[in-house]
Design a protein around this ligand. Structure first.
Ligand code: OAD
Length: 234
């Protein structure tokens, strides 16, 4: 364990974007209270009713135009610019608020609302039109674009890179995530096994709180800038 971290892995979840006005999944009034996971976040749901699924992600993508990054996103952008060691920012979020908050090296392990994935040729592209209008894939012209979002039953992106970083980390920090969804929920144990100190910053204790060396509870917009200040002051 080191008090002066050289290699940090940060995992963020929906809670970091809550103060920007994006609904979380499992809090009261969250997305999974209003939509069934099986309908909008599985390959089977997409096969059953593509219009419903495309419409759901079009709506979430359009909503990004009305939100702004908050103090927590900005603080992580600052950390990326000023931390002299190694830093990997992994997010489960499909929004673009980390990038808009100044972070440029973000692993979107559950995909991104800003890109579409072609089910025919496998290429990713940035598409302005709603996917429910069935725009053609810019690479192969097939009208088979789907959201570039990892659904339940699919493999999250860039896992090898993430596990490598966890194996080298001396500090793992989890921000605004309930710890309900694997493999992300298991990163704390992975990092701990590799010798990292582990810190949770969450509104309330998460399902996996007991795995962390330290857990601080409160809104990300307050906790994250405070923690970044501490790290950069060392
Ligand atoms: P959840 O909705 O499961 O959890 C959000 C967490 O953020 C909860 O623990 C809240 O207490 C906390 N929280 C809420 N407001 C906060 C605030 N202002 N500051 C700090 N924490 C706050 O969201 P995730 O953990 O991100 O996956 O969910 C993980 C995955 O489950 C998502 O990526 C998504 C979902 O199903 C897929 O769609 C594949």
């Amino acid at each position: 364990m080191s008090d002066d971290p050289h290699s940090i892995v940060i995992l963020t979840g929906a809670g970091i974007s809550a103060e920007s006005g994006i609904d979380t999944f499992r809090d009261a009034g969250g997305l999974w209270e209003r939509h069934r996971v099986e309908d909008v976040a599985t390959p089977e749901g997409f096969a059953r009713d593509p219009d419903l699924v495309l419409g759901f992600y079009d709506m979430r993508r359009a909503a990004l135009a009305n939100v702004e990054p908050n103090a927590a996103h900005h603080a992580l952008g600052r950390l990326e610019r000023e931390f002299p060691g190694e830093l990997l920012l992994v997010t489960q979020n499909v929004d673009n608020l980390h990038e808009r908050g100044g972070a440029s090296n973000v692993v979107h392990m559950h995909g991104e609302l800003g890109t579409a994935l072609c089910a025919s040729c496998g290429k990713r592209s940035t598409i302005e039109a709603p996917l429910s209008d069935r725009p053609p894939c810019p690479a192969c012209e097939a009208r088979s674009l789907r959201p570039d979002v990892v659904w339940f039953g699919e493999m999250p992106y860039q896992m090898e890179r993430i596990y490598e970083a966890l194996g080298r980390a001396d500090l793992f920090v989890s921000i605004g995530t309930s710890g309900a969804v694997y493999p992300a929920a298991g990163f704390v144990q992975e990092a701990k096994a590799a010798g990292a100190r582990t810190l949770e910053l969450n509104l309330e204790p998460s399902e996996g709180s007991h795995w962390f060396d330290e857990s601080r509870n409160g809104p990300a917009g307050t906790l994250v800038p405070g923690w970044v200040e501490e790290v950069l002051a060392r």
